[in-house]
Design a binder for this molecule. Structure first.
Ligand code: PLP
Length: 616
């Protein structure tokens, strides 16, 4: 995996040049250099970089794919897209997205009162707003206010009681009214770990019986003209295109039937989200079996076919893709703090004048290894290690012999792996799994990759430099939380190899890619590690470095984190001060010094300061 699967998941967004991952745009700045520059401002800990040009690329690609599909199939309906705010509500992302989407009339989708008010404040003029999820009377009122402000808003109802509230509200408020959408409950559902939103047992949507009832309620209330859209969503990250095709056929027919029942203003089908992205770093574990072009063609072709068969107008198409738009724009970059077996260098060998025979044998294997015998010697050394560990347990060798054993076996492994390269991969993998290196990484898995912890979703990981050197260590990543779940273990189906580095000499950063969708907002403050420092990076040819760092926002300081937990920070400060003042163990000078330190710690962010270079 010389390029860490960049050709699979990278979408040409990155290139490797001079051993570094570079942004494939403009002067191709290296991620390593961007991070080092940010760190010059004394920023430590993990850093989340946002790239607006990657948001633009995704938006352009979606609109272009549907434009092409419409031309190819002579489709008469319109294409519209809205961005579901739930996927990432951070201003560093949303404000850029709205601005980039302006020429397309790209809109926003809201699923809660807070998101709806956000959408009403930032949405592009005339761009659509769609509202999903459960709504109380208050939220429906907010939806009416949006219409009264002039927004092109559709309230999608999830159940008949919501429709009753809408009808009641319509009678109470002013003349402008929101459009009404009905979420349909399909038999079809997606497949994969996020497929629960679709299917007959899903949490959302109206059954056929309820749809008929809804139309008659709207008719009776004189509001049928506002019913303009049906909506479905078969789950996020649709891995297989077939369930979507089935859902489209079902939805297309429901659309035609509802029109025939008199819903003449019904003109749009909203497919929700679900467009998948490729997270895999290996060809044998791909996450999806279709491309965006295929998705767009299928949607347009199927809806056209059904509309034509049923002699109804071709519906306007709405999509609410979030993951596809947001995932690639953000990269989490985290420094490696420590390698747990880094002490296994020749300098750590303390051989005796007379060593146990198996230790002497290990030394010999290490010294005489050549590419031709590397695999055999590797096997022998693992065998010797097991015997030596047994001898230790039985009391026949001492701790010094055991330490020499561990050092020598690790040296043999490193030398063998670098001599063998990609040859004998199966045997090497087997051994690698047994001798993983643990990399302690300055980030919180719970805060920055919650989907890995919660549902086992993997994300592409790679080092930012040394990519012209073969990585020789099978890697397990440990985060800095005090929780053994905060680990990305070495996995034979998705193996990660990293370099043997001395982080006291030079920083070694890992990039976690495609983290722009869901991860930031689902992230939790386990151990009180909060959202990492973030920065927006604008690729700018006119700048001598080829990029500009904007909107640098350091991770919250400890005092603010505690305040967010509803602690009275003044009380905490006073308690600490009082205890320091009262301590009989220190003199006045020391007391003053310690008070100053406490002030600094409370105002610093909670991530660790890397040892070595990082701490300088
Ligand atoms: N629309 C609705 C109704 C959703 O529930 C979701 C998320 O599950 C989305 C859109 C966004 O889905 P995705 O991020 O997979 O595109």
């Amino acid at each position: 995996m010389g390029n860490y699967g960049l050709n699979i998941w990278g979408s040409n967004n990155f290139v490797i040049e001079n051993g570094k991952v570079c942004i494939n745009k403009g002067m191709k700045p290296a991620l390593y250099d961007i991070v080092e520059e940010i760190r010059k401002g004394d920023i430590r800990g993990p850093i989340l970089l946002r790239f607006p040009h990657l948001i633009k690329k995704q938006i352009d690609t979606v609109y272009n794919s549907f434009r092409k599909a419409k031309v190819e199939f002579h489709y008469n309906g319109e294409f519209n897209a809205v961005y579901p705010l739930k996927v990432n509500q951070y201003p560093g992302f949303v404000k850029n997205l709205v601005e980039i989407g302006k020429p397309y009339g790209y809109g926003l989708e809201a699923g809660s009162k807070a998101e709806l008010l956000l959408a009403m404040s930032y949405n592009n003029d005339d761009a659509p707003i769609t509202v999903n999820g459960f709504k109380d009377k208050e939220m429906i009122n907010i939806g009416f206010i949006a219409a009264e402000m002039g927004h092109n808003i559709t309230l999608t109802i999830e159940g008949l009681n919501e429709l009753e509230s809408i009808i009641e509200t319509a009678g109470e408020r002013f003349a402008p009214k929101p459009n009404i959408g009905l979420r349909i409950r399909l038999h079809s559902s997606g497949i994969g770990i996020w497929a629960k939103s679709g299917g007959i047992n899903s949490k959302f949507g109206l059954t056929s019986t309820e749809l008929i009832k809804a139309v008659s309620m709207l008719k009776d209330a004189g509001l049928l003209e506002y019913f303009t859209m049906i909506h479905f969503h078969i789950g996020s990250q649709i891995t297989d295109i077939n369930p979507l095709k089935k859902a489209l056929r079902e939805a297309g027919n429901i659309y035609a039937e509802l029109r025939k029942m008199g819903a003449h203003n019904l003109k749009a089908i909203n497919l929700g989200g679900g467009l998948a992205i490729e997270y895999s770093q290996y060809k044998n574990t791909l996450n999806r079996n279709y491309t965006l072009a295929e998705y767009a063609n299928d949607v347009v072709f199927l809806l056209k076919t059904i509309a034509n068969q049923k002699q109804e107008p071709e519906p306007d198409i709405f999509i609410e893709s979030g993951r596809y738009i947001a995932a690639s724009h953000a990269i989490l970059i985290a420094p490696v703090l420590e390698l747990f077996s880094q002490e296994y260098t020749e300098g750590k060998l303390f051989l005796k004048e007379k060593n146990p025979p198996l230790v002497a044998e290990l030394l010999d294997l290490y010294r005489s290894m050549k590419p031709g015998n590397a695999l055999e010697y590797l096997h022998d050394s693992i065998d010797h290690m097991e015997s030596l560990l047994t001898l230790f347990d039985l009391g026949y060798i001492d701790l010094q012999d055991r330490s020499n054993t561990e050092v020598l076996v690790n040296l043999v492994i490193k030398r063998a792996v670098s001599m063998l390269g990609d040859k004998n991969l199966t045997e090497i993998m087997d051994i690698q799994e047994r001798v993983q290196e643990r990399y302690l990484v300055n980030f919180s898995l719970f805060q920055s990759l919650p989907d890995y912890w919660g549902i086992g979703q993997t994300f592409p990981v790679m080092p930012l430099d040394r990519l012209d050197e073969t990585p020789t260590r099978s890697a397990s990543l440990w985060d800095i939380t005090c929780d053994s779940d905060g680990e990305i273990g070495f996995n034979l189906n998705n193996p990660l190899f990293l370099h043997d580095v001395d982080v006291t000499e030079r920083n070694y950063f890992l990039g976690f890619f495609l983290v722009g969708a869901y991860q930031e907002v689902l992230g939790m403050s386990h151990n009180l590690f909060t959202h990492p420092t973030e920065a927006v990076i604008r690729i700018e040819d006119k700048d001598p470095k080829g990029y500009v760092v904007e909107g640098l926002l350091e991770s919250q300081c400890i005092q603010d984190i505690l305040e967010d937990m509803d602690y009275d920070v003044r009380e905490i400060q006073d308690n600490l001060h009082e205890r320091i003042e009262k301590s009989p163990l220190i003199d006045d000078k020391q007391r003053k010094h310690i008070l100053g330190e406490i002030y600094l710690f409370l105002n610093d962010n909670g991530y660790l300061k890397t040892i070595g270079k990082e701490g300088e």
